[in-house]
Design a protein. Structure first.
Length: 171
């Protein structure tokens, strides 16, 4: 990969982050409900108002609503509400942040979230970096790992066990 391609990919990455911040607003009520809310009905109300359960909510992480709920919220009912509202458990929120909610659960040692995501259809063997064109630059080593590989690398045995029971590594 030549220097021009690297510069081009870096510019696209930065623009995607800036666009996510500008379009979504970092302190939206929906984002707050996903991160720390305790009322699943609040999630349904935001969806009814037009919030997209699969769109990046901006910020440094670029996480989707489901990603924020997995990382920060201790109430699995919020994750279930987002899944019921159509959040894709295998989706990545944008081209710059190619990480799935199950990878987030594996990284942050969230076994209950991992179980809920699997029950909601998350693919335990999916690694979104595998969809990138050959030679693409990966900015974070965790993006190029399956949820199981992340759980093992981080020493998160409870999540690794859940993933194994669900068929991780079976392919």
């Amino acid at each position: 990969m030549n220097i021009m391609n690297l510069q081009k990919q870096l510019i696209i990455y930065i623009l995607a982050i800036v666009a996510g911040l500008a379009l979504t607003g970092c302190a939206s009520g929906f984002k707050k409900a996903c991160k720390s809310g305790n009322d699943p009905e609040q999630i349904h109300a935001y969806i009814a108002k037009g919030e997209d359960p699969n769109k990046s909510l901006g910020g440094a992480s670029g996480f989707s609503p489901l990603g924020h709920a997995v990382r920060s919220n201790k109430n699995p009912e919020i994750i279930k509400a987002l899944l019921k509202a159509g959040a894709n458990p295998n989706a990545t929120p944008n081209a710059a942040m190619i990480v799935t909610p199950l990878q987030i659960a594996a990284y942050y040692n969230k076994p209950i979230a991992a179980q809920v995501l699997i029950e909601g259809g998350a693919d335990v063997n999916f690694c979104p970096a595998s969809l990138l064109p050959a030679g693409s630059m990966v900015f974070n080593k965790w993006v190029a790992m399956t949820p199981y590989q992340i759980a093992v690398a981080k020493g998160n045995a409870a999540v690794a066990e859940i993933l194994l029971k669900a068929g991780a590594g079976a392919r």
